[in-house]
Design a protein around this ligand. Structure first.
Ligand code: 5GP
Length: 218
């Protein structure tokens, strides 16, 4: 479906930690050939099974800061103590090839990117509840107790950015979410709009969970 005469669409996928954004974007790029996935640079250590150049470019803080100085990023952010940034070159090349470029980035970076490229389409991915988010983060087993609490806490702030997104999709059944997201990106379906009641309930749920986990720690 790639088209040499068409400049590719820019799509950002953000969402709460543990919601399955990584799996969602891998399925989109694996199942449909019109996508190019931007690989970010990070100072976070690789998780088990993550591969340099595929999941991220893993670099030191010094290398990351050098790339900032050279103007090598379209955006970057500090998330939970680590740097994450979007390298420029890949995006420019992929768009020129007519690919729809997907960036899986957090909310601060998404807002910076949207300012540079106002045509960017923003998709927020959530779980159906805060309790489900905690279950997935715990089940993933890649972060320890305090890191998980930190990510749940960070989600309270992230939720405030939801109104800036073009739509909010719930990743309950993965394939349903993949198909829905693909149709939304292709413009075949209008995605579900931001719902303030859902957001409020989610944030309340997060606050209760964070309070419970903090009390458990004492
Ligand atoms: P994780 O450590 O779970 O892979 O990612 C943590 C957060 O950083 C996620 O919300 C992810 O979407 C975000 N992220 C990944 N790459 C980038 C990037 O290049 N820029 C920004 N701003 N956020 C990123």
């Amino acid at each position: 479906m790639s088209n040499q005469n068409r400049k590719g669409r820019l799509v950002i996928i953000s969402g709460f930690s543990g919601v399955g954004k990584g799996t969602l974007v891998k399925q989109l790029t694996g199942q449909f050939d019109h996508y190019a996935l931007s690989v970010s640079m990070t100072t976070r250590a690789p998780r088990d099974k993550e591969v340099h150049g595929v999941d991220y470019y893993y670099v030191t803080k010094e290398e990351f800061e050098k790339t900032i100085e050279k103007g090598g990023f379209y955006e970057y952010a500090n998330y939970e103590g680590c740097y994450y940034g979007t390298p420029r070159a890949f995006i420019d090349e992929s768009r020129a090839e007519g690919k729809d470029v997907i960036l899986e980035i957090e909310v601060q970076g998404a807002m910076q990117f949207k300012k540079k490229f106002p045509e960017t389409f923003l998709i927020f991915v959530a779980t159906k509840s805060a309790a489900e988010m905690e279950r997935r983060l715990t089940g993933r087993g890649t972060e320890d107790f305090d890191k998980i609490t930190g990510r749940l806490k960070a989600a309270i702030g992230e939720a405030e950015q939801m109104p800036h997104y073009d739509c909010v999709v719930i990743n309950d059944d993965l394939q349903t979410c993949v198909d829905q997201t693909n149709r939304i990106i292709l413009g075949e379906e209008t995605g579900p709009a931001y719902d303030p009641v859902f957001k409020e309930q989610f944030v309340e749920g997060l606050k209760e969970i964070v309070a419970r986990r903090t009390a458990e720690r004492i």
